[in-house]
Design a protein around this ligand. Structure first.
Ligand code: DGJ
Length: 696
């Protein structure tokens, strides 16, 4: 009798079956009706092939006839290079399974855990145990099969200030690899790999996604073998010799989260968002409107100036002010002081407590910036402990933004950073920190061995300890913008700085695709100044504000330079954000497939109320823009639709604008979805906010 495990939950189904000691994923996807045990073998024996059908299973072993990319690669000084795991124990219940394998020859044990949650997200974790001599693990990659109809992939690429550009391509024979070897997740990191059909769009079609819960070196792979078999996988990238397991030691691979949707890309994001929102650690308080001071003052710190900005912030309704880089040690520019986490007496002679108290007296929470993994060579920390940096071969790694990386797996360095940052946080009663990471790791060695993996585990542990020491502390993950956004660090942080680029037009696309995996309430989205400090582009306040609305909103701008008119609009917009944030932060993200690629139409949808934005990305060629057809409304319900102008008027190129924009309209969900409303022709880089409320 072949052993099997059959998991169902959240509309998804996973069926694992044993074949001669291997474990095969026979089915993963939507919950089907029917007995999966009746599924026929999908393999035949063609000419010029093995004499018996081979089932390499989830371990994809060469010894079982697997000729594609393996799950495990490793050896003992060249020996024990080919595993042949035998399924030892397979136990399962309705929504989870555990599979234990053993290979008596290579002296390795492997345990997998599978779990399907109520949203249909599949979690897979694996632990490899060595019970022989030292075993050098080169690689462990999780793989899941893709069905024949999955013929394209979608993932994201980018750079500083232009993260998460979508790339969609067809799956062909060979292997597509998206890897990151920066020691952190990376600006170019994709966050997840998606397989889909060529017809799949936001609203419809099939899509499969995997995302690795890891914040260091990693890779995603999509493979089609010469026999046509398709699969995708993800795992850590290990440096040579980085994981050498001694007898009894275990390598715990970072978990993967996988989802299937037959409701397009939005169906996928809904599952990831639901899964994240259901966690105990998910922020559950209303997300405070945040003013971050970086672009307002850069390194030009001054108590009076900061207090004067706090005054204005309070007058417009800001709820949190964050003091960015430059408050500590000799950090008057980015060449010096990093690592010296003591408040600078030169620029903050009274310490930070007065300003933090001042903010509190105005009802504003005070937050602070750190970059605890880094050090400038021109710092007391480096002068005292040059041996604490990550390096290899006695070389000092090339500097990047004049900084080097501390070895946080070194207990002394770790303790210093934990204590120094905790001291400031507790002394100033700080409940929010922005934790930056502004360089790539190069030659990240410690004691002659690669230490990328240990560095990631150390920062997870440090964040957990800081939170334990400072109950209620929130952490924002920033890495020169969106360089550390992933499902690993999300368990330790409460917000992501999506990009250093605050140009709202650039942000439209960056936020749209970051939200593929992360819900809007985790995505820091600020109104920057005009012209933008990154792109030099001038954009209207109304467009900047509407763009910033769809996230955890804030401001990144010296508002002491804003005109009275701008301040009035800001105050209005902040009030609007406060009235809509619970909707935006709990609603389903709906990205409509607008027929004209020059516009985005998307929103947050709840049962009774939705809010959409119609944003022009590039000017249209046509003068009658396609109708606004909304989604996820109830066909039979009546809805009142109206335009909102929380931050001033919206530029349109029209003699006569659609009637509903002025007066609102009541229509059935069916009409709004099937026919839609006439769209205005907007001026370049303008956006219209649209409210949709169900009538009783
Ligand atoms: C990069 C971050 O992304 C910015 O927001 C800012 O915090 C600077 N670092 C400070 O050095």
């Amino acid at each position: 009798m072949q052993r099997q495990a059959h998991l169902t939950n959240g509309g998804a189904e996973l069926y694992l079956q044993e074949f001669a000691g291997a474990l095969v994923v026979k089915y993963w996807g939507r919950k089907l009706t029917g007995n999966l045990a009746e599924l026929q073998s999908s393999r035949t024996i063609p000419n010029s092939d093995f004499d018996q059908i081979q089932y390499p299973g989830i371990n994809r072993e060469h010894s079982r006839g697997w000729l594609g990319y393996p799950t495990i690669a490793g050896h003992r000084s060249g020996r024990d290079w080919s595993t042949n795991f035998q399924l030892n124990d397979l136990s399962s219940n309705e929504d989870s399974a555990s599979a234990n394998f053993v290979d008596e020859v290579t002296k390795l044990k492997l345990n997998y855990k599978f779990a399907l949650d109520e949203f249909g997200i599949l979690s897979v974790s694996a632990a490899l145990e060595n019970f022989g001599e030292d075993y050098c693990l080169n690689e462990f990659i999780y793989w899941l099969p893709l069905p024949d109809q999955a013929n394209e992939t979608l993932d994201f690429a980018g750079r500083w200030s232009n993260e998460r550009n979508p790339q969609r391509r067809s799956i062909q024979i060979g292997r597509w690899v998206r890897d990151s070897r920066e020691g952190k997740t990376g600006h170019n990191a994709t966050i997840g790999e998606i397989a889909l059909t060529s017809q799949t769009n936001f609203a419809s079609g099939e899509a499969w996604a995997i995302s690795l819960a890891w914040s260091g070196n990693h890779q995603y792979l999509v493979e089609q073998n010469p026999d046509g078999y398709k699969s995708f996988g993800a795992g850590e990238v290990l440096a040579p010799g980085e994981v050498i397991l001694k007898t009894g030691e275990v390598y715990e691979a970072p978990v993967i989260k996988a989802a299937y949707s037959n409701r397009g890309l939005d169906g996928l994001s809904e599952k990831f968002h639901q899964m994240l929102r259901a966690r105990k650690v998910h922020p559950n308080k209303s997300r405070p409107l945040t003013l971050n001071l970086w672009e307002a003052i850069y390194f030009d710190h001054n108590e009076e100036k900061v207090k004067s900005i706090i005054d204005i912030a309070a007058s417009v309704g800001v709820e949190r002010v964050v003091l960015d880089d430059g408050w500590f040690g000799s950090r008057r520019n980015d060449k010096s002081g990093l690592g010296d986490w003591q408040v600078s007496k030169d620029i903050w002679p009274n310490g930070l407590k007065p300003v933090s108290d001042y903010a509190a007296s105005k009802g504003i929470e005070f937050g602070l910036w750190f970059e605890g993994e880094m050090v400038n060579q021109d710092s007391d920390l480096y002068r005292n402990h040059p041996e604490w940096i990550l390096q290899e071969g006695g070389r000092t790694p090339p500097t990047w933004r004049h900084q080097l990386v501390l070895d946080l797996a070194n207990p002394d360095a770790y303790r210093y950073i934990l204590e120094a940052t905790h001291r400031v946080i507790s002394e100033c009663n700080i409940k929010y920190i922005k934790w930056d990471h502004n360089r790539t790791l190069i030659d990240a060695g410690a004691g002659g061995k690669a230490s990328y993996r240990k560095q990631v585990l150390a920062i997870y542990s440090l964040f957990a300890e800081l939170k334990k020491l400072n109950p209620g502390l929130e952490i924002e993950s920033c890495a020169s913008g969106g360089g550390r956004i992933d499902l690993g660090i999300v368990e330790y942080v409460d917000r992501f700085w999506v990009s250093d680029n605050n140009d709202a037009l650039s942000r439209q696309s960056i936020q749209r695709w970051t939200a593929q995996f992360l819900p809007l309430e985790l995505l820091g989205s600020h109104i920057g100044p005009s012209p933008s400090h990154q792109t030099g582009r001038e954009l209207s306040l109304s467009f900047r504000a509407s763009t910033a609305l769809f996230g955890h909103s804030g401001i990144e701008w010296d508002i002491s330079k804003a005109s009275n008119d701008e301040l009035a609009h800001l105050a209005n917009w902040i009030e609007y954000y406060k009235s809509k944030r619970n909707l935006i932060h709990s609603g389903k993200l709906v990205r409509c497939d607008f027929p004209d690629a020059s516009h985005y139409l998307y929103g947050a949808v709840t049962e009774n109320e939705s809010i959409f934005i119609f944003a022009q990305i590039v000017p249209t060629a046509v003068s009658q823009v396609p109708n606004l057809r909304f989604r996820d409304l109830l066909p039979n319900a009546k809805y009142r639709v109206s335009a909102a102008f929380p931050a001033g008027s919206v530029g349109m190129m029209l003699i006569k604008e659609p009637e509903w924009i002025k007066s609102g309209v009541v229509m059935s969900g069916d009409l709004l979805q099937e026919v839609g409303l006439p769209a205005p022709i907007l001026q370049p880089a303008q956006a219209l906010i649209i409210e949709i409320k169900k009538e009783n």
